[in-house]
Design a protein around this ligand. Structure first.
Ligand code: DC
Length: 225
């Protein structure tokens, strides 16, 4: 059997990881795995059950009992199923976004999620995006990318997304929010956000998603041939 190829794409929120990873997976015919969606799905279930999110044992038990499936439609929509229910929209609700980092910081929950992520990549070619894919989940990935962008560029993208949903938020406050989140993500003791030593760091501040996809696809195809 030809060994499966893995592409890891890590980086901070708003750098364009999911757009790039999804499109790259489509181009290469690989499976796209959004690891953040898995943490979001567990968070949603815990909130619905009104569990104490700091109670690691009950969150671990919940993660163990949960079935999470990720599918990508031919029209490129990625759908997330939790115990058979389509939770694609529900996991993006602000309530989930506000609480997910708490759940993702529990070592016991991460251990379960990381095992599942590795299992998904064992027999299939994958593009996996997250925070710790190149460092922890798939340290042997053939191509590792750390996708970043300046806080201003990320804030501008976020501002555009929010505007499309009818909210106008000043740029300054978005930059502030992004810098604070970076500080938290980089300083946490478990799986802190940092590039793997062998990661290819791409700054997407002045690049379109298409350009980034093109650059990574060329490298993956070069490695695979
Ligand atoms: O990429 P996202 O916003 O959907 O991620 C949701 C949360 O999960 C965010 O707080 C970072 C965290 N996360 C993580 O700790 N490890 C991953 N591999 C992916 C996401």
């Amino acid at each position: 059997m030809v060994p499966a190829i893995s592409v890891a794409i890590d980086g901070p929120a708003g750098a364009g990881k999911s757009t790039v990873a999804r499109e790259l997976a489509r181009r290469l015919g690989f499976l796209y795995i959004d690891t953040g969606a898995m943490y979001r799905a567990i968070t949603l279930k815990a909130l619905r059950r009104r569990l104490n999110l700091a109670d690691e044992e009950s969150l671990k038990a919940l993660a163990n009992q949960s079935r999470i499936e990720l599918t990508t439609d031919p029209d490129r929509l990625t759908r997330v199923f939790l115990d058979g229910e389509d939770v694609t929209q529900a996991i993006r609700e602000p309530e989930v976004t506000r609480h997910v980092s708490m759940v993702a910081s529990l070592p016991g929950v991460r251990e379960i999620m990381v095992d599942r992520q590795r299992e998904l990549a064992r027999s299939k070619n994958v593009v996996m995006d997250g925070r710790d894919v190149g460092t922890v989940v798939l340290p042997d990935a053939q191509v590792k990318v750390f996708l970043t962008a300046s806080p201003e560029a990320r804030a501008r993208r976020r501002q555009r997304d929010l505007l499309a949903r009818g909210y106008h938020v000043p740029l300054d406050s978005l930059v502030e929010e992004i810098m604070e989140r970076d500080r938290q993500d980089s300083c946490r003791s478990i799986a802190p956000l940092k590039p793997a030593p062998d990661a290819w760091v791409i700054d997407s501040s002045d690049l379109s998603a298409e350009q980034v996809v093109e650059m990574i696809a060329a490298r993956v195809l070069g490695r695979a041939s």
